[in-house]
Design a protein around this ligand. Sequence first.
Ligand SMILES: Cc1cc2nc3c(=O)[nH]c(=O)nc-3n(C[C@H](O)[C@H](O)[C@H](O)COP(=O)(O)OP(=O)(O)OC[C@H]3O[C@@H](n4cnc5c(N)ncnc54)[C@H](O)[C@@H]3O)c2cc1C
Ligand SMILES: *[C@@H]1O[C@H](CO)[C@@H](O)[C@H](O)[C@H]1NC(C)=O
Ligand SMILES: *[C@@H]1O[C@H](CO)[C@@H](O)[C@H](O)[C@H]1NC(C)=O
Ligand SMILES: *[C@@H]1O[C@H](CO)[C@@H](O)[C@H](O)[C@H]1NC(C)=O
Ligand SMILES: *[C@@H]1O[C@H](CO)[C@@H](O)[C@H](O)[C@H]1NC(C)=O
Ligand SMILES: *[C@@H]1O[C@H](CO)[C@@H](O)[C@H](O)[C@H]1NC(C)=O
Ligand SMILES: *[C@@H]1O[C@H](CO)[C@@H](O)[C@H](O)[C@H]1NC(C)=O
Ligand SMILES: *[C@@H]1O[C@H](CO)[C@@H](O)[C@H](O)[C@H]1NC(C)=O
Length: 558
Amino acid sequence: MFSPAFITLALFGVVGLCKVYEDVADLPTLRYDFVVVGGGTAGNVVANRLTENPNVSVLVLEAGPSNEGVLDSEVPFFMANLLTANAYNWNYTTTPQSGLNGRTIGYGSAHILGGGSAHSKYPVRTHITDGMVYSRGAQDDFDRYAALTGDEGWSWKQILPYFLKSEKWTPPEDQHDTQGQFDPSVHGRDGPISVSLTGFPWSELEGRVIQTTKELPDDFPFNLDMNSGQPLGIVYMQSTIGGGERSTSATGYLAPKFIQRPNLHVLLHAQVSKLVNVTQHQGKPGFGGVQFRYGTSLFVAEASKEIILSAGSIGTPQILLNSGVGDHTALEALGLPTVLDLPSVGQNASDHGFVGADWAVNSNQTIESITQNTTRFDQAFEQWNTSRTGPFVDALGTHIAWLRLAADSPAFETHADPSPGPGAPTSSKYPGGITGGVGHFVGFALAMVSPVSRGSVTLSSSDPFATPLIDPGLLADDFDMIALTEGVALIQKFLTAAAWNGYMARRRMSPRGAQHGVVDPDLTSRVLRPIVPGAHTQAATYAVAERGADLVKKRWTL
Ligand SMILES: Cc1cc2nc3c(=O)[nH]c(=O)nc-3n(C[C@H](O)[C@H](O)[C@H](O)COP(=O)(O)OP(=O)(O)OC[C@H]3O[C@@H](n4cnc5c(N)ncnc54)[C@H](O)[C@@H]3O)c2cc1C
Ligand SMILES: *[C@@H]1O[C@H](CO)[C@@H](O)[C@H](O)[C@H]1NC(C)=O
Ligand SMILES: *[C@@H]1O[C@H](CO)[C@@H](O)[C@H](O)[C@H]1NC(C)=O
Ligand SMILES: *[C@@H]1O[C@H](CO)[C@@H](O)[C@H](O)[C@H]1NC(C)=O
Ligand SMILES: *[C@@H]1O[C@H](CO)[C@@H](O)[C@H](O)[C@H]1NC(C)=O
Ligand SMILES: *[C@@H]1O[C@H](CO)[C@@H](O)[C@H](O)[C@H]1NC(C)=O
Ligand SMILES: *[C@@H]1O[C@H](CO)[C@@H](O)[C@H](O)[C@H]1NC(C)=O
Ligand SMILES: *[C@@H]1O[C@H](CO)[C@@H](O)[C@H](O)[C@H]1NC(C)=O
């Protein structure tokens, strides 16, 4: 018997009602109520929620290609493949980083429908992969946003319903007993984004991590669920994975039942240059159109109500600056007219830098036993391809530690505590399976989640399609360097637990380009908000976009 959902899908395929357009010539119109710029993590949420009202027309303009059938986006284990130079990557490079001895680093950024949720943005060459982590941040993060903005709507209490709205808690692929590994009371059941615990066992490693929480509970206490608003401690990994596949804003918020709405259109391969059709609204300038490039031609899509800028942490400031919204002096220097003098655009960028460290282990229950053995690799892929089970259903990490710097850390001599409060972490680390080198390893990724350093995104040219100057300011401030160095010491402390006796073979730190004795600083970054939440940022992006859509609907009584 066919389920209604199946019939819908079948009709959809046969009649070809697909509203994801590959060619601008097929688009029925260039006039919409709303134009969403960037079909990434946030953009697709807003497009979905606005088109719940059939009277509202929405166009999403996405520069990248479709996520459909992109194996490296579907198979969680393959995420790192997206980091090489390919059609799904903007291929950015940072400016020389003062905190990295003047080095530049690859700055992967998603160029695919679904954006960062369909893509891992780790720089090429890193051996650490942690994409798809689902972590909301601390109650303290959101209560600080509420205090800073004077809007209680951003408080933990009021944002939590939006986290739950976007989430669909999903059983793990190996069907293991999950009792004691998460708190069901803090998770959503009916949202578009699947979230699950890891779906393939790495029992040797997992057992030792949990044993460490019992041996060293003062430093590394076990915490049932990092998404309760109180993340501190050692927690089981939660990821945006469901049914063994990566769950993204494209697979979730643009799923067949949504994309078939006649009022929702998505155009791919459409790179937005700037906002046009300047208007005046209550004495303030506004824009009525979006200029974009498709192939070699320029087009304008008009928005009668609003333009939603959701082109990510690089694209959004770049488009604003191209449109004349930014620092007047800097715009003038490039010969660009100023529409609105707003010096903050592209400034105060902050990012989560991380370092990785591997330890060789006396075990063959490791990722390397798969990645370095073509027979097992092919078997694992076959298993994923036929049943969506096996080691490829996970994105590698098994647990996360959310930690704070010691209260007497020397870092606090140079800077006040940047974290939002005592319930929020300053750093995180991931014991997990990691690749790199020949042999068997356990790797740790140590991230600075409350960075003090700030950078910027600025224009390099008056050509709106030129690559902008990306300066994430990695380790620009000594505080971050001290904090990361202390974090490495914490990993060493973690490994002093008897649980690791006989398991760890030797340390393998690579001081490539490093200073101050820190391990290989393959740093990465992502978010250009004045203050990032002390967490991975996609969960917060979903919740903020959900509330953002509600605010737009309220404004237009939709
Ligand atoms: C290395 C790294 C690892 C990460 N890992 C995790 C993780 O494990 N867990 C987690 O929660 N978060 C993670 N994140 C963060 C997460 O990816 C982001 O928070 C999230 O994707 C931000 O959503 P967004 O909608 O703002 O931007 P994006 O998702 O990047 O979407 C922006 C979209 O706009 C498009 N676009 C850009 N410019 C234009 C233009 N001019 N015209 C048209 N389209 C344009 C892009 O192609 C893209 O599709 C990671 C980030 C990085 C850098
Ligand atoms: C859509 O518009 C029609 C006609 O103006 C109106 O009757 C209907 O209530 C609207 N629907 C919604 C969901 O707003
Ligand atoms: C990134 O580089 C690859 C390889 O050179 C290229 O094929 C791809 O088109 C580039 N991506 C973008 C968005 O330009
Ligand atoms: C918007 O600008 C474009 C070109 O810049 C122009 O073709 C179009 O007519 C303008 N639309 C309106 C409503 O002014
Ligand atoms: C950057 O942030 C600091 C602290 O919040 C603020 O004082 C400063 O004005 C900001 N700079 C810009 C250019 O917005
Ligand atoms: C893994 O190691 C065990 C002993 O530690 C050994 O018996 C087994 O053959 C090894 N398996 C593989 C695939 O190398
Ligand atoms: C590779 O994996 C196969 C299948 O598990 C195993 O028989 C073989 O011994 C492995 N090869 C090596 C070099 O470990
Ligand atoms: C995965 O399985 C499908 C059939 O279920 C097959 O068509 C496809 O070729 C397989 N993919 C690979 C890369 O083997």
